[in-house]
Design a protein around this ligand. Sequence first.
Ligand code: NAD
Ligand code: WQD
Length: 342
Amino acid sequence: MSSKILVTGGLGYIGSHTSVELIQQGFEVVIVDDLSNSSSDVLKGIKKITGVSPEFLQFDLRNKKKVNQLFEAHPDISGLIHFAASKAVGESVNKPLEYYENNLGSLIYLLQAIEEKAKDFSFIFSSSCTVYGQADRLPITEEAPLKKAESPYGNTKQIGEDILFDNSRSNPLLKVIALRYFNPIGGHVSIEIGELPKGRPQNLVPFITQTAAGIHKKLNVFGDDYPTPDGTCVRDYIHVVDLAKAHVVGLKRMMSNQQSESFEVFNLGTGKGNSVLKVIKTFEKVSGVSLNYEIVARRQGDVIEAYADTTKANKVLGWRAESNLKEALDTAWKWEKKIRKS
Ligand code: NAD
Ligand code: WQD
């Protein structure tokens, strides 16, 4: 079977790290990205690490005609990793239709083009731990019931999984793995690629590194009165390279027909929860920078605690996260310093 893989959103944060792992594992990568949340410079970083400049097509996946043309021009694509989506939770509340159109419209066009091919096809979907909301039991297994989504963004991940499940039943040639990411952080150890948030970051780690770099005066810690050991929220922070590697394992599983069902779901996390204060303290140790932070009111919509039970991914995929919080934060800080210099 051909090892040409389409990576949508392949110049984005997780997509670029995954493209590197795919290339290093011998796959031929074709990237589609409209650069709405990334830059073509990322291609240079991928080339520096791998020695390969993957084919890059810049267009918006909401253009159905272009999606079809892509599959016509590349009849030998046998798998797809679908990262392309809009991902700002707060923005999705104000622009729900844009989020449903972008995150679900492009998914449907891709699946229609794949069905048209009428060939064996492996599909990996970027899902999120956000589908669990505040889970009743910790750590969170894949069996945990999905809670009503708190935001249109979260809902696009739940509906996206449903669309893929339904299509995997109606199209016997389609194999799907939905990967539910916990909190990806850090960058590649080479410091050639990393997270490039546009505008003011909403996520904790880029806000920490930008504050340490002097871009923000202080970091707001959203609440310290939660029922957790130190009162701040707990999350499962996973190094993005570990996350990227799981995609390659998942793809190989589908391509070698090892799936037990045509639609499978896996949690991707470390299995360990860390509080906001723990992340701050670890960052201070790793960087040697004392962070200016202040405890402020809770942020609306935050779950108290979320960390993964990774047993299924460990056993079935034979994958586990290898980096710890310190190592991941070290790469995040080195990357921040590098992009500030250039
Ligand atoms: P990102 O914004 O860095 O990457 C997404 C890429 O897709 C960007 O390069 C963007 O330009 C591109 N894109 C968006 N819409 C497009 C369109 N219509 N056509 C073509 N390209 C388009 O985001 P990321 O952090 O790398 O996330 C990748 C995926 O993982 C997303 O689906 C996201 O929802 C999901 N996810 C992310 C996180 C996280 O914390 N980063 C957690 C869980 C799930
Ligand atoms: C982590 C913790 C904040 C910023 C989000 C999305 C989720 C998923 C991952 C895509 C929380 C606290 C943060 C700050 C803070 N994305 N915090 N000060 O909330 O777990 O999840 O990203 O699917 O859908 O909602 O991640 O990094 O925003 O926050 O105190 O300036 O850090 O309150 O406890 P979160 P996060």
